[in-house]
Design a protein around this ligand. Structure first.
Ligand code: AMP
Ligand code: ZN
Length: 464
């Protein structure tokens, strides 16, 4: 099954391969580090992580850049109000973002690019854009009228009279309501950079164009982000980049739909949001949050509920129990051929689902139908020892994308590896007939919420 993605630019599902040398050059829009990210933001970042894992599963190498927006109006306002430098202020939220990403098992892109480390590249680009720009009161604007295909990504027709329509949220003087700021002159007391184009700070859109081209070249294979970025952010990125290079900016544009709460987008401004920290603090496992965010295909909006999160935790538990059963139960020798074929089909259906524009729902259905059938074969004594390796391999394939089978230790809890080491020590103590030590290890584990169960096939453990 070839890998296919829905391309916002062409409005079609298209077969994907990188343009050159098996490496995917990918740029995704990162966080604005003015506060903790909410799990709506993390729906988009989880989608990007699934995309990375899917591309790798298809044999491609990755060269992925993500920006960190560490300068914007809100950041400047908050930093000034708290008497902090920009760095001091944004460091807190950048670190928090990276910690949250690690908790959700989101892989680091090959490069994280903070905007403030690229101010001079942006100034150069603004100078190069020359005839496509104009200045007004010390700020520099991009002249939309100089880019005739403006609107090709969002499929908006800008040929009519749009006077009065605002496409950018800034309070500066511009010739046409659609024009957007490349460079903003500082207001009284604001933080700014002194540069060849005057004092000021870059606009958000130029940041992404400049860093994407700098690290990935004129034409990206994939550019991705949340659906709210299609317009105006990505439309503006295209206008700037294509005026700079004369080449198409990105071949594929992928956009994730929103995480919703009771029919509305989860957002800071509506106040209907949870951060990862809120949910983990209430006892929800990060992998359950990851599973929930990943379980609905990215082009469908996903309604967040605590019940949905609990169901995600139950689904993971089911898979973990199945894995444990595969690893510890003993089965009669031989291979159940029918089940072997069933495993191969399930595995192919899983890959077909993932390759079909990351249809995670289809991929999960293949996993759970298989688990149901394999569990009943185990119950009825039809499962054979020779079916175990393929079944485990299928679970590994699932986990190479979903990454939820390993349990996250809660604060102060033992990690899986530490528990396994203690169990081994207990087994060794028993073998040496040191039952006092063996019991002591079991009791210590119990005190930490780990219950051991001795079965004829070895030791199983569970968290209380
Ligand atoms: P920001 O930190 O505001 O720049 O947003 C970071 C990313 O989160 C962007 O790609 C947004 O499109 C995305 N985003 C914001 N809200 C949501 C939401 N409710 N659901 C999914 N993605 C979102
Ligand atoms: Zn961007």
């Amino acid at each position: 099954m070839p890998l296919r993605f829905y391309n916002t630019l062409s409005q079609q599902v298209e077969e994907f391969t990188p343009a050159a040398d098996n490496t995917v050059r990918m740029y995704t829009c990162g966080p604005t580090v003015y506060d903790f990210a909410h799990i709506g933001n993390f729906r988009t970042f989880t989608f990007v992580d699934l995309l990375r894992k899917c591309l790798r599963a298809n044999g491609f190498h990755l060269n992925h850049v993500m920006n960190i927006t560490d300068v914007d109006d809100k950041i400047i306002r908050n930093a000034v109000a708290q008497h902090k430098s920009l760095d001091e202020y944004t460091k807190i939220y950048t670190e928090a973002f990276l910690e949250d990403c690690a908790a959700l098992r989101l892989e680091r892109p090959e490069r994280l690019a903070p905007a403030t480390e690229h101010i001079h590249d942006m100034v150069d680009a603004i100078q190069k854009l020359g005839p496509h720009t104009y200045s007004s009161d010390g700020s520099v604007y991009f002249k939309i009228a100089s880019f005739p295909t403006y609107g090709k990504l969002s499929h908006n027709d800008f040929s009519g009279n749009l006077s009065g329509a605002r496409v950018d949220v800034d309070e500066y003087e511009k010739a046409d309501a659609r024009d957007f700021a490349l460079w903003k002159t500082p207001k009284e007391g604001e933080i700014f950079w002194d540069t060849e184009i005057g004092p000021g700070r870059p606009g958000w859109h130029i940041e992404c164009s400049v860093m994407a081209i700098k690290y990935l070249g004129d034409t990206l294979d994939i550019h991705a982000g949340g659906i709210d970025l299609v317009f105006p952010h990505h439309e503006n990125e295209i206008a700037q980049s294509e005026c700079l290079t004369g080449k198409p900016f990105a071949r594929f544009w992928l956009h994730a739909e929103f995480l919703m709460v009771e029919g509305q987008k989860m957002s800071k401004s509506l106040g209907n949001y949870y951060t990862l920290r809120d949910l983990v603090g209430k006892g929800h496992a990060p992998e359950a949050i990851r599973y929930l965010l990943a379980s609905v295909p990215y082009r469908k909006s996903l309604n967040f509920t605590i019940d949905g999160l609990k169901s995600a935790a139950i689904a993971i538990e089911r898979l973990r129990n199945f894995k444990l059963r595969l690893e510890t139960d003993r089965y009669a020798d031989g291979v159940n051929q029918q089940l072997a074929e069933r495993t191969a089909l399930a595995s192919a259906a899983f890959t077909a689902g993932i390759n079909d524009d990351l249809n995670t729902a289809e991929a999960l259905a293949a996993v759970f139908e298989f688990v149901r059938d394999a569990n009943s074969a185990m119950d009825s004594g039809e499962f054979r020892a020779g079916n175990t390796p393929d079944a485990l391999q299928f679970l590994n394939l699932f986990d190479s994308i979903f990454d939820v089978l390993k349990a996250t230790a809660k604060a102060g809890e033992l990690g899986d590896g530490e528990i396994d080491a203690r169990i081994e020590a207990r087994t060794a103590a028993k073998r040496a007939r040191d039952f006092k030590l063996a019991d002591q290890i079991r009791d210590e584990l119990l005190a930490q919420g780990i219950i051991l169960e001795d079965t004829k096939n070895g030791v199983r453990w569970k968290r209380k």
